[in-house]
Design a protein around this ligand. Structure first.
Ligand code: SF4
Ligand code: SF4
Length: 335
């Protein structure tokens, strides 16, 4: 057993975690959400009021005009609940018609009253949808996300399929995100994807593109649950012992700039929630529109012990697993 910090573990492996060329602009539009999931790293919910304003959107768009990154990834909360969601996407498309835009969607928002416009809007603007779906059976989904969430998620997926998402020959991508319902690592992504595809097609006629597996990070609401259950230390130890050096080069903090609803800069959404700014204390409070892309390049990434969540087993990122096979010395997942 070791109690290495993440930084010293990396150093021991001969790695220095530095930013590379930024490719992805990930905007966290705020903490407002229609759900209150038990694993949420944002502590999002219906009572939260922190959301991006039109003024901040305009500043970001102005910056984007001179720094047109190829990918814009919208997250939250439920990003679609932000009143200027449609304005933001329409302007991004005007500025950069081919920009790849991702909406991280909780699916249930698609069937909420007042959001009937949403599925057609996403399809018309060629938005890639990345949707949370922690299981293909109701018990696990409702346990993690709340009563009734499974049925509404299924309905949301069916609506997206009707709009052309994931249909044969369509270029509208619909990815699902799996995360474990407890303190264990996700199983192999490709095997789970096979099970999901079979179950969702046979039981509900649903098609989707790829399954992305994500490890639960020991922060925010999930960390509070781990502490309440007396399982925080053992989960951290599992992540530490499952460290896989092959994941380090692909860590998302290397090519993503994560921006808060107030425009502040972070290396990733997890650091954003922990208040660990990009560039350390000397950059605290800096806004996206106050820096250039070249200033971010080669900067050391701010890390903490939560980072073991990204390097455990097959690795974890907003794009799913980072390598096909977990390290030979990684601990097997188990509850
Ligand atoms: S995990 Fe996603 S859907 Fe659930 S409360 Fe958090 S932001 Fe909302
Ligand atoms: S939590 Fe993951 S993505 Fe964020 S800085 Fe740590 S290793 Fe990088």
């Amino acid at each position: 057993m070791t109690s290495d910090s993440f930084a010293s573990r990396l150093a021991r492996e001969g790695h220095r975690l530095q930013r590379s060329r930024t490719r992805i602009l990930q905007l966290n539009l705020g903490k407002l959400c229609n759900l209150t999931c038990s694993h949420c790293h944002v502590n999002a919910g219906p009572a939260r009021r922190e959301i991006i304003t039109r003024e901040t959107i305009d500043r970001i768009l102005h910056w984007f005009e001179s720094n047109p990154l190829p990918v814009v990834d919208l997250t939250g909360g439920a990003p679609e609940m932000v009143p200027d969601f449609r304005y933001l996407i329409s302007r991004l498309r005007e500025i950069s018609p081919d920009v790849h835009i991702i909406d991280r969607c909780n699916l249930t928002i698609l069937v909420e009253k007042g959001y009937e416009w949403l599925p057609g809007f996403l399809a018309d603007h060629r938005i890639e949808v990345v949707a949370s779906m922690p299981c293909y059976s109701p018990e696990n989904v409702n346990q993690q996300r709340g009563d009734g969430v499974f049925d509404n998620s299924i309905r949301g997926l069916q609506i997206l399929n009707q709009c052309g998402y994931a249909r044969p020959g369509s270029d509208l991508k619909l990815h699902l995100v799996y995360n474990p319902v407890g303190d264990f690592l996700p199983g192999p992504q490709k095997d789970l994807e096979k099970d999901y595809k079979t179950e969702l097609l046979n039981n509900f006629g649903i098609l989707f593109s790829d399954l992305l597996t994500i490890t639960n990070m020991p922060i925010a609401r999930f960390a509070a649950w781990l502490r309440r259950e007396g399982r925080y230390e053992s989960y951290l130890e599992l992540l530490r012992e499952s460290f896989n050096r092959a994941t380090v080069d692909g860590l998302m903090c290397r090519d993503t700039v994560s921006v808060s609803w107030e425009g502040e800069l972070y290396d990733c959404d997890f650091n954003q929630m922990l208040g660990l700014p990009m560039g350390g204390e000397s950059w605290r409070g800096r806004k996206l529109w106050e820096v250039t892309l070249s200033e971010m390049e080669f900067m050391d990434v701010c890390t903490g012990d939560h980072c073991f969540g990204c390097t455990a087993g097959s690795g974890s990122s907003c794009g799913g697993a980072l390598v096909e096979e977990p390290a030979m010395d990684a601990v097997s997942p188990g509850q």
